[in-house]
Design a protein around this ligand. Structure first.
Ligand code: 13P
Length: 285
């Protein structure tokens, strides 16, 4: 089937109290690993690319690969721009066939954040593309924030309600204690805050930074309204780790079809476990 908007997937997930797993892909191998596994699990899935990946692979190449994978598959697949912090890139991805866009104005003051999201929504909506946006700031682990700075970066429930109403966004990424990249210790998630946001906001909620978060925490977040979980780092670790192991045993191998195979298999294992954690198996219709 053609690529679909992630809106239908997220609305069904919200109604069914599960989440859709969204995976950051970087090349043909990671894309195929995600799609093959999602097909095996009969799970709707979101393929994501960051601005960095768009620069690395090219918007048109990413779309061509995802579109071909979707046409060959019998599960819903969406192609999503992750952390689009530039309106022009968001427009380019929409014109290039992406079916879902995240506008990341989280570093901007509130009013400018709203304005940026509105601009993208005005362009995306008539074209049937869904829009995710973030309020608060999901940090990176490299950021050394003090406790008060850390809390200040979290999503404020009342502000989130105002933000969703004023932007008209389709889904909201919340900052409740997760971070991108690897965690130094166990992450601390503010479930009370998540519950408050869920009670004030009607659109599906998104949790970034899910790599390295213990399964029971992710599950609890899903019961409290998270409808999309984002995974990038766990895939990178699996891919690179398998390549390193392969070359330790086969230092003279030069055939990419051989050395990418174990890397792809390692990514498939991660994807399978995250899809099962999200509870989206057998939800492909
Ligand atoms: P991780 O770095 O935890 O995998 O987070 C990925 C993410 O949230 C992408 O938007």
């Amino acid at each position: 089937m053609p690529l679909v908007s992630s809106k239908i997937m997220l609305t069904a997930a919200q109604r069914g109290h599960y989440a859709i797993a969204a995976f950051n892909i970087h090349n043909l191998e990671t894309l195929k690993a995600v799609v093959e596994t999602a097909r095996e699990e009969r799970a709707p899935v979101i393929l994501q690319a960051t601005p960095g990946t768009c620069r690395h692979a090219g918007v048109n190449f990413l779309h061509a690969m995802a579109k071909t994978a979707a046409l060959e598959a019998d599960i819903p697949i969406a192609l999503h721009l992750d952390h689009g912090d530039d309106v022009e890139l968001a427009f380019k991805c929409i014109d290039g066939g992406f079916t879902s866009i995240m506008v990341d104005g989280s570093k901007l003051p509130f009013e400018q954040n709203v304005e940026m999201v509105r601009k993208v929504i005005d362009y995306a909506r008539p074209r049937g593309v869904q829009v995710e946006a973030e309020l608060g700031r999901v940090g990176g682990v490299e950021e050394e924030l003090s406790v008060s700075e850390y809390e200040a970066a979290m999503t404020e429930p009342e502000k989130a309600a105002e933000y969703v109403e004023r932007t008209g966004v389709d889904s909201l990424a919340v900052a409740i204690g997760t971070a991108h990249g690897m965690y130094k210790g166990e992450p601390k998630l503010d479930f009370e805050r998540l519950e408050k946001i869920k009670n004030l906001v009607a659109v599906p909620l998104v949790l970034h930074g899910c790599s390295g978060v213990p399964d029971d925490m992710v599950k609890k977040a899903i019961t409290l309204g998270i409808c999309k979980i984002n995974i990038a780092t766990d895939i990178k670790i699996a891919f690179a780790g398998a390549l390193l192991d392969y070359f330790k045993d086969n230092p003279k191998e030069v055939d990419p079809r051989k050395y990418f195979k174990p890397a792809q298999d390692a990514v498939k294992d991660v994807v399978k476990s995250k899809i099962r954690l999200a509870g989206s198996c057998d939800k492909a219709v």
